[in-house]
Each structure stands twice: as structure tokens, then as C-alpha cells.
Ligand binder design. Structure first.
Ligand SMILES: [Zn+2]
Length: 452
């Protein structure tokens, strides 16, 4: 037995050595021919992945229910890849790790992801209709350079007016050859649309603006405390039923923001005072309901309370709840009105008066009312406190930004407030940058920075 296993071992050693020598035994043209076969296979698989993840089609058919015309996410209807693990397993066979295929799951670059994982299922967002037609002409693939660990290959591009040829690389792994990048991202890179500024810290980005990180609500991460303040005015008063209704809208808004933060890889927990431990004030005036910013609360705290200012009022509240990363106030009024927020923007000289950042929320259960309070309204106004800006640009003189916002952010929460389900809106890469969920901003989106 002993000698047999020694013989077997030496036989394996010889075979193993021969295998090691094999590549060098091939002539360069043989190696080139083998490499081209490998590359052609990968390019074919890459084309499948682009169709699936960019164009949302497989063998020419949509991968979601094509009869569906809404914008709610749908499960992928591809039998092989409805299970998200099967999809990533397939991508591992094509690309050099998740760095190479991960960007597919951040598409489109300026909206909510079009293919993503939810409870293990591959979900598709049918609101995007990308028709990416450029591709590698497989017949023209030629190896420029190859070693035992890397192949660089060139090719002609079909289906594109602007770029006619290119070159990419494949790398050897222990499981076989893999593409270092998808053709899709290579192509975008050549077009110059995938560049982002390279800041490692949020405030170092070349387009960072000071109001993004000012006031009592700075960056929407960590532990946030929101103080509810209930105002009874000349025209309206709070009752337990209205407070319960408000509480449920707020909870929906807070949980939505926490889940969106998680999507961007950020930890966020939002706490608030409730009807039982909130602050209450009776105010002798009819609180103005206009959609202009209004300083009735500042006047009230100055003239009718011992606090002297909203800032001092907040400092008092903070003392009871130490240890949070951010604080904000929600001033609630139980009547119809257009909710708004007052923020601390260092662009304005008197911004320190608004250190205590606050929302004025008008609660009404009349769903026919144009500005009825919804969880989406609350989340939208809250995002303002943390630096988000409106994405409909009502004050723009020229229409370029308005048009681009329409293209990039159709259902983004800073321009779209769904009445029924807040999950019908999403938080874009742009807003994520404004509120500190991303350190960088793709250059195509710099135009949306208000002061640039
Ligand atoms: Zn707004």
C-alpha cells in the first residue's frame, strides 16, 4: 500500500508539472487562439448581463410583466434568475468580483436602482426604459497582449455613433478567466458620463455647500431626535385622534428614511417625542397657512414665552435628551395648510437665528385637499432640515435644470409626493449627497447644486 501511494503521488507530481509547463509549451499563436475563445465567451455572457441588467430584457423579452404600466417594483420573471443568489452566481462567472459587477445594481446612475435584491428575490423597477444598443463586434476581437494571468483585447464597436473601437481586459482567477469590467461601464467611461469627483470625505467634495451640514440637523446619519410641539391656535386644536393619525404618518416617514439610509449603507435611527411627552402651546393668533416662510413661531417664543427664541427652546429640550447626533423640531398645527421647513443656511446673514431647524406641519385628514399631510410630506420636509433641496426648481429662469430634473428624478421624494404609499418615491444619488449619505456626486449632477 505504501509503495503504491508513493508511486501515485509521483505520478500526480509528473502530471501536475506537465500541466504547469503546458502554457509555455504552446506556441504564441495557440495561446492567442485559446485566449480569443475565452474572451469571446466572456463577451457573449457580458452581452447577456447588459441586456438583463441595463435593458431589462432576456432573449429580446422584458424580464418583468410587460403588461404592467405602473412604477412599482416587480419580481424578475426570468426562470433562472428570480432568486438573487442565482443571478450573482452567474455574474461571478463573468466578472472579476463584485467590484466589477456591483455598479449594475446602482443603475440608473441618477435614479432608484432598476434591478435589486429584496428578501432574496431579484426585483425590477419598470419605470426605466433603457435601450442600450452599443456592443462589441465579436468577430473583430483581437488579443493585444496576453500573459498567463491577463489578456488585453481590442474590438470594433457596433451600434454606436460616437465611439468606434475599444479595448478591455480579462484576468485569470482560480476559477477561470473573468472580465475586469463590463463593456457597458467601459463604454460609459469612454463617453465621460461615469466620472465622479474623487473626494473621500463628504465635506471635501468640490461641490459641497455649507448648508448641507449646518444647524441642529446636520447629516442624516446616526441617532436623530425630533421634538414634536403641538400648537392650538385661534382656529384649531389637537385631539387624541388627530394626534394618533399624525403619529402614524410620522412613523411611516421615519421608517422609510431609515430603510433608504440602509440602502445607501448608512446607519440611521430616528426617535421622536409623542403626544404623551411632547410640548404644547396655546397661541392667540390664527397661525398663517401660506406657503411662504413665516416667522410666527419666532415672534411667539420671543414675546410670549420665557425662552426668548426657538434656539433657546431647543437647547432646553436637548438637555432632556443628551447624546443624539442631530436634533430637530416639528411644530404641528391641526388644520389645513401648506407644510414647510425653516432651515439654517450660512448663505444668509441671519442664519444663526435658525440654528434650531424646524418643520411646520399642517395636519389634515381631508385627502381631497391638495396639501393634505402625508408621510411623504413629512419625510420631504425632514430631508430639507438635513440639507436636501427641492428638485423641481420653481425659481429657475432657464429651463435646462427643470428639464434635466424631470429626466433624472421622475419619482424622487424632493419632487414627487405620493399620497398613498411613500415607497412609490425614492431618494436619488443627488439627495443622498446633499444629506450626507454619499461623499461624492457624479459630475452630470453638479448642475443641481443650488449655489454652483
Ligand atoms: Zn420642499
Amino acid at each position: 500500500m505504501k509503495s503504491k501511494s508513493v508511486k501515485l503521488a509521483s505520478l500526480f507530481f509528473i502530471i501536475f508539472t506537465l500541466l504547469l509547463l503546458l502554457p509555455t509549451a504552446c506556441s504564441p499563436s495557440q495561446l492567442g487562439a485559446k485566449a480569443i475563445d475565452e474572451v469571446r465567451l466572456l463577451v457573449t455572457q457580458d452581452k447577456w448581463a447588459i441586456d438583463f441588467l441595463v435593458n431589462l430584457t432576456e432573449n429580446g423579452s422584458p424580464i418583468f410583466n410587460a403588461d404592467y404600466y405602473g412604477y412599482e417594483t416587480q419580481p424578475a420573471e426570468s426562470p433562472g434568475y428570480t432568486d438573487f443568489r442565482d443571478l450573482t452566481k452567474q455574474l461571478e462567472e463573468i466578472y472579476l468580483g463584485s467590484d466589477a459587477y456591483g455598479p449594475f445594481f446602482t443603475l440608473p446612475m441618477f435614479g432608484t436602482p432598476q434591478v435589486f435584491e429584496s428578501d432574496g428575490i431579484t426585483k425590477v423597477n419598470p419605470q426605466y426604459f433603457t435601450d442600450f444598443t452599443a456592443g462589441i463586434d465579436i468577430e473583430t476581437i483581437r488579443v493585444i497582449k496576453s500573459s498567463s494571468s491577463q489578456i488585453e483585447f481590442a474590438f470594433d464597436i457596433i451600434g454606436s455613433d460616437s465611439i468606434k473601437d475599444g479595448h478591455m481586459r480579462a484576468a485569470k482567477t482560480k476559477n477561470g478567466w473573468r472580465l475586469e469590467e463590463s463593456f457597458y461601464f467601459y463604454y460609459l467611461g469612454q463617453l465621460g458620463v461615469s466620472d465622479i469627483d474623487k473626494a473621500y470625505n463628504w465635506e471635501e467634495s468640490s461641490v459641497f455647500e455649507p448648508d448641507q451640514n449646518a444647524g441642529s440637523s446636520k447629516r442624516l446619519i446616526g441617532k436623530c431626535m425630533l421634538f414634536n410641539v403641538f400648537f392650538n391656535d385661534k382656529e384649531s386644536a389637537w385631539d387624541p385622534e388627530a394626534q394618533a393619525s399624525l403619529q402614524s404618518l410620522q412613523n411611516e416617514a421615519f421608517r422609510y428614511l431609515e430603510s433608504q439610509a440602509a440602502f445607501y449603507g448608512q446607519d440611521l435611527s430616528i426617535s421622536s417625542t409623542n403626544a404623551g411627552n411632547a410640548e404644547y402651546f396655546d397661541i392667540g393668533i390664527a397661525i398663517p397657512i401660506g406657503d411662504e416662510w413665516d416667522f410666527w413661531a419666532d415672534d411667539f417664543f420671543k414675546e410670549s414665552t420665557s425662552y426668548g427664541s426657538v434656539n433657546n427652546f431647543l437647547e432646553g429640550l436637548k438637555a432632556g435628551y443628551p447624546g443624539y447626533d442631530n436634533y430637530g423640531i416639528i411644530m404641528n398645527v391641526n388644520k389645513k395648510g401648506h407644510s414647510y421647513s425653516l432651515i439654517c443656511d450660512p448663505f444668509y446673514e441671519e442664519h444663526e437665528n435658525f440654528y434650531a431647524e424646524r418643520i411646520v406641519a399642517f395636519h389634515s385628514t381631508d385627502e381631497t385637499y391638495e396639501f393634505a399631510l402625508s408621510s411623504a410630506t413629512i419625510a420631504h420636509e425632514l430631508l430639507h432640515l438635513f440639507g436636501a433641496v427641492d428638485l423641481y426648481f420653481p425659481f429657475d429662469w432657464d429651463s435646462e435644470r427643470i428639464q434635466l430634473a424631470f429626466t433624472y428624478f421622475p419619482f424622487e421624494l424632493m419632487r414627487y409626493l405620493p399620497m398613498d404609499d411613500i415607497n412609490d418615491a425614492y431618494i436619488s444619488v443627488f439627495t443622498a449627497f446633499r444629506i450626507g449619505w454619499r461623499n461624492t456626486l457624479p459630475s452630470k449632477l453638479h448642475i443641481f447644486q443650488v449655489n454652483h
